[in-house]
Write a protein that binds this ligand. Sequence first.
Ligand code: UD1
Length: 351
Amino acid sequence: MKIANIVGARPQFIKLAPLSSEIREDFEEVIIHTGQHYDVNMSRSFFETLQIPKPDYNLEVGSGSQSAQTGKMLKRIEDVLSYEQPDLVIVYGDTNSTLAGAISSSKSHIPVGHMEAGLRSFNRQMPEEINRICTDKVSKYLFCPTPTAIDNLQSEGIERGIFLIGDLMFEALKKNIQIARQNSSILENLNVKDNDFCLLTIHRAENTNCKERLKSIIAAFEEIDREIIFPAHPRFQKYLHKYKLDAQLPDNIRLIDPVDYLDILILQENAEVIFTDSGGMQKEALWLKTPCITLRDETEWIELIQLETNTLVGADTEKIIDNYKKMKDLTEFQIPDYYEFDFQKFKSLVS
Ligand code: UD1
């Protein structure tokens, strides 16, 4: 049996790593990289650190508008699938690479398995929400990471192919945190210590592409008496210059280039508080027992809000400051069992 993995963006490389090594034990594997992320520190460094085999194909689609990028991928994925003829395609998460992979495969009559199925923000302005909904509709196997994801699919009338399977990012983290603690020198390099800094990331279009939201978020850090380490996604850098906000960045924010997976784990584990609009980091914050303040109006991971380790503040300056004060001394972090990924269940379902 041949399984093709389609990936393209940073969080997908992390999800692919633990599954890829299991797939290779029992099946033939093909890795198709769409080329959505192409900078070395957004792509190749993840393959090296996570010891993922070099992709069999790199489709080099690069940047573009939502539809242009997705369209280019559709055509190029179709060509590879028609040559490789896999028995199953696995797609991950909610990016344009996920959507293109799912549509190309299902139109080529190849069954699709969607990892992280059923997540919803209920905000259709987000490109990721459209990607999730469409991918779930055409997938044969809906691999859900949380009970909420199952409820979401059922309430959309999907009845078959839904499985609670766990979270691949949890497995990647468990496997790599010890290695990170031994090998990462990011704290020394940045000259920061446990709990004496906060970590910030902003990359979602709803934040980066809106001047008012960006201004309002960065203004909050004037009032937070901590050094703020900010590994900046290229899209943030681009819009910061475009909106001429460089000069308004408070002095305590330290912009650095995106860091590799081991370093981001260490930064998250040692930060006093994480401020982010990333989906993956909200969960990693819980698993690493660091309070998280989410710079969005909604989240797909509502269990984190219920567990009270994460709080939603949107782009509101005052809410960011108030919640920092409330969250920074949090000590209770309960990790639900359902995050454990069931590899045996995956193998027996797809065989
Ligand atoms: C994508 C996903 C998002 C995911 C994120 C992880 C979609 C719609 N969004 O967003 O769900 O959380 O990846 O990072 O698929 N760029 C570079 N170098 C790179 C990659 C991107 O410079 O290696 C720049 C380009 O100018 C590009 C911009 O970043 O226009 C945005 O990249 P894009 O591929 O649109 O998606 P992300 O914002 O990274």
